[in-house]
Write a protein that binds this ligand. Structure first.
Ligand SMILES: [Zn+2]
Ligand SMILES: [Zn+2]
Length: 252
């Protein structure tokens, strides 16, 4: 049997992507939406018009620089969060097995057509349902592979888990009592043992309160209206949470 030839493989992927993309556009009527937004943190690509929303899970295949005419696979990109690049390891592995240098080198001279070729290959190897390239800033084109439709309720649940922090941008949310702060030590009681970047189940959130709140909670015997009123829980970001934890306990 002939070994797979890279050029015919890439061509086939482009042909398949054309069909896939057509179907994807039609099925979701993408052209109807006026705005798009994607977040590496949530891994969601959102199209919207007014309050009508359409959400997908995506990953980043890679990026093409219009300035240097180079392609960079996202597995080679330190600025891309794991969340949206993990799947590109499959492409690299496939490249190693097939001896396709363009899939195993992280960064090299290329052109826009080839960038689409790589995206088509990425979609093919990961069973993507479509692709998307957001309008670029004139320097860097980001190529996304869309993996799955997400209904609005699920998307909202995912987004609700994050907050915009003025110091740390978009992060997972955490709940703390009104007394916890980044400057003074007031004790640090947690709902459960935590560490930074830990996985949380859908039901769990980071939650902490100060010693004084803990005293009130014990006096009341539980979290009730009185102890909750005293704590007056506020939302902060995960990073702030662990900075406050470190201040109070010496470790994150
Ligand atoms: Zn407190
Ligand atoms: Zn923060």
């Amino acid at each position: 049997m002939d070994t797979l030839d890279y050029n015919s493989f890439a061509e086939k992927c482009i042909e398949d992507l054309k069909i896939l993309q057509n179907k994807f556009q039609k099925e979701y009527n993408l052209n109807w939406y006026e705005n798009w937004f994607y977040s590496q943190t949530t891994g969601l690509l959102t199209f919207s018009t007014g309050d009508k929303e359409l959400n997908f899970k995506y990953f980043e295949a890679g990026s093409f620089s219009e300035k240097s005419n180079t392609w960079k696979w996202s597995w080679d990109n330190n600025h891309t969060l794991d969340n949206v690049k993990e799947r590109t390891k499959l492409i690299k592995e496939f490249g190693q097995k097939s001896n396709f240098a363009k899939l195993t080198n992280g960064y090299f001279q290329s052109d826009e057509y080839e960038a689409w070729e790589f995206t088509a290959i990425a979609a093919k190897l990961t069973n993507g349902i479509g692709t998307y390239r957001p309008v670029s800033d004139g320097q860097l084109q980001i190529f996304l592979v869309i993996t799955e439709f997400v209904d609005n309720e699920t998307a909202q649940n995912i987004k609700d888990k994050y907050v915009e922090c003025s110091a740390h941008e978009y992060r997972r949310r955490a709940f703390v009592c009104r007394h916890l702060n980044p400057v003074t030590k007031v004790g640090f009681q947690e709902a459960f043992e935590t560490f930074e970047d830990m996985e949380l189940s859908d039901k769990d959130d980071f939650q902490a309160w100060c010693n004084e709140c803990e005293n009130v909670r014990q006096k009341e015997g539980e979290w009730n209206d009185n102890s909750m009123a005293f704590a007056n829980i506020k939302v902060i970001c995960e990073q702030c949470y662990f900075e406050i934890k470190e201040l109070n306990t010496g470790h994150r």
